[in-house]
Design a protein around this ligand. Structure first.
Ligand code: HEM
Length: 518
């Protein structure tokens, strides 16, 4: 304060606005101090924005939601330049935002500009009627019966994953005293590769076969688009504060890298689509994949289709890959649950052989519980803000146009008011209904008061269309691995998610796989 007073005194002398009275001089000192504090204040400029975008993404929102009770169902904080953010904290408030008044909100324009530039204008950035129309097309493809037609393909892809782990165990030279072979393997990449292959099949009827070592550049281009390096974070920040024309005049090196990744992927899609169209298969009318369904419905336009397909691949592969990796990590850290799951699978066998493609993976109670619980604790999309485009209401409270709504699957899934005091613990039991002790059943709510509480796939008008596919793939993959390998953790006992858009386990996190005698 003494330094500040001396500086103000010198400045006023220099500018010749020297105050003769001590009273006036004190006024100048205090006034300028207050002005400086307001202008440079962290609270006024960006308040909690950096708390949210800190890694792990949105974990601070989860802390705030549990700091105290919110009887009105809404939490509030300030963001950039004093903007208002509300967070729905009750099931009723969430339902209002996601279902009842879903189209009273749009995604922030910076997010839409960024995803449109680097992925294309697909369903993720579409709004209002454009979104409604496209979502209908999506739902006619992304539904339970269409996914069920792919079950044997999902099983085959899961076996390729298993074979790759098995080969690594054979080659590692690590063996215990009983002769069991094992290997230490980075878990994220394998899960992402197999998920990318599945999404390629579902969107384009094309197997990139990256899990078998093919098309590495396609995987790398996707990883570039999802990278969260400091340069990419800066670029995303610029999209939030600078106009598009300025960003176009001064393209950053990060933007050029992302553009190159996008162009590579768009080129691959274009080539595959043209080959499909030039050589239609006999049973094209019954096609499962998204691209052929567009053609069959006379909705095909090459550029628009490429944008939608890149969005599907982007929305699907990193989220499923990351979530699948978390399921394995949770099992490795909870050996008793891993064993319970293995027993469930062994008991369901018809003979000595492991389960085959025809097993009903959807009905297993423990398998379902494990997949749901890991998905709850590690939602791939931890923070997805919205902005009110008209005056609206949440839980009967007035929400003026322009208010931001911070939807944070991570925070909602850790809300103790909804999930109980053990919300942060891995407890698959919450997804099991044991009211009849002899016949445990799946509990669809996981012990929460409503389906909207499980936010990993969102809910309502913009919920995840790929949920059935992701769950069907993960259940097969987890079952096949747990039947054949014992999983142990390696390194960090409590790894934290990383990533800016989709969060995943750290990419270098490894697990120890031991091959079991089958
Ligand atoms: C565990 C895996 C997955 C998780 C946790 C997940 C989660 C989500 C979430 C939270 C949203 C809402 C995003 C928003 O509105 O901003 C979403 C939307 C979407 N997801 Fe997924 N997803 C997964 C897998 C998939 C898969 C496998 C696909 C496709 C192959 C897919 C395709 C989509 C699409 C197209 C949307 C946009 C829907 C719309 O705007 O109407 N997702 N997903």
């Amino acid at each position: 304060m003494s330094l500040w007073s001396s500086a103000i005194w010198l400045l006023t002398r220099y500018l010749d606005i020297y105050a003769n009275s001590l009273f006036l001089l004190s006024g100048e000192v205090v006034g300028s101090w207050v002005l400086f504090a307001v202008l440079s204040s962290r609270n006024w400029l960006y308040d909690h924005v950096f708390d949210i975008f800190d890694e792990p993404l949105a974990w601070n929102v989860s802390k705030w939601i549990n700091d105290r009770e919110y009887p009105e169902g809404l939490m509030h904080f300030f963001g950039i330049f004093g903007s208002s953010y509300v967070v729905p904290t009750s099931p009723a408030a969430l339902t209002d935002v996601l279902s009842t008044h879903a189209y009273d909100y749009s995604k922030p324009s910076a997010f839409k500009r960024y995803t449109t530039r680097f992925w294309g204008h697909g369903i993720i950035s579409q709004e209002q009627d454009e979104h409604r129309t496209h979502r209908k097309t999506y739902l006619s493809v992304f539904n339970q019966s269409n996914v069920a037609r792919l079950n044997s393909t999902l099983f085959a892809k899961s076996m390729q994953f298993v074979d790759r782990v098995s080969d690594t165990c054979e080659e590692s030279g690590i063996q215990d005293i009983t002769g069991l072979k094992s290997a230490v393997i980075p878990i994220y990449e394998l899960c992402a590769l197999v998920s990318l292959d599945v999404d390629g099949i579902f969107s384009l009827d094309f197997d990139f076969n990256t899990i078998c070592g093919e098309n590495r550049e396609i995987f790398e281009a996707h990883e570039t688009l999802f990278s969260s390096t400091p340069q990419v974070r800066k670029l995303f920040l610029l999209y939030n504060i600078a106009p598009q024309w300025l960003l176009d005049i001064f393209p950053s090196s990060a933007a050029k890298k992302l553009d190159a990744a996008h162009d590579l992927l768009a080129g691959v899609c274009r080539k595959i689509l043209r080959e499909h169209l030039a050589h239609p298969a006999k049973d094209d009318a019954k096609a499962v994949d998204f691209a052929r369904n567009l053609v069959n419905k006379n909705l095909y336009n090459e550029d628009a289709a490429i944008s939608q397909i890149l969005v599907i691949l982007g929305a699907g592969y990193e989220s499923t890959g990351g979530t699948l990796a978390w399921v394995f990590i949770c099992l490795a850290r909870n050996p008793q649950i891993q064993e319970q799951l293995r027993q469930e699978l062994i008991e369901a066998r018809k003979g000595p052989e492991p389960l085959g493609a025809d097993a009903n993976y959807e009905k297993f109670v423990m398998l379902h519980a494990v997949v749901m619980e890991a998905t709850r604790l590690y939602p791939a999309f931890a923070f997805l803000p919205r902005k009110a485009i008209r005056d609206t209401s949440i839980a009967s409270q007035f929400i003026p146009k322009g208010t931001f709504v911070a939807l944070s699957p991570h925070a909602h899934n850790y809300n103790k008011a909804v999930w109980g005091p053990k919300a942060a613990e891995f407890l698959p039991e919450r997804w099991i209904d044991r009211s009849d002790p002899l016949r445990p059943r799946q509990n669809p709510l996981g012990g929460a008061p409503a389906t909207v509480c499980m936010m990993s796939y969102f809910h309502g008008a913009r919920s995840c269309v790929g949920r059935e596919l992701a769950v069907a793939q993960m259940k097969r993959q987890v079952a096949l691995v747990v039947e054949r390998f014992h999983l142990d953790p390696v390194g960090d006992p409590d790894p934290r998610p990383v990533g800016l858009f989709a969060t995943t386990p750290p990419h270098d996190l490894k697990l120890h796989f031991t091959k079991l005698p089958c």
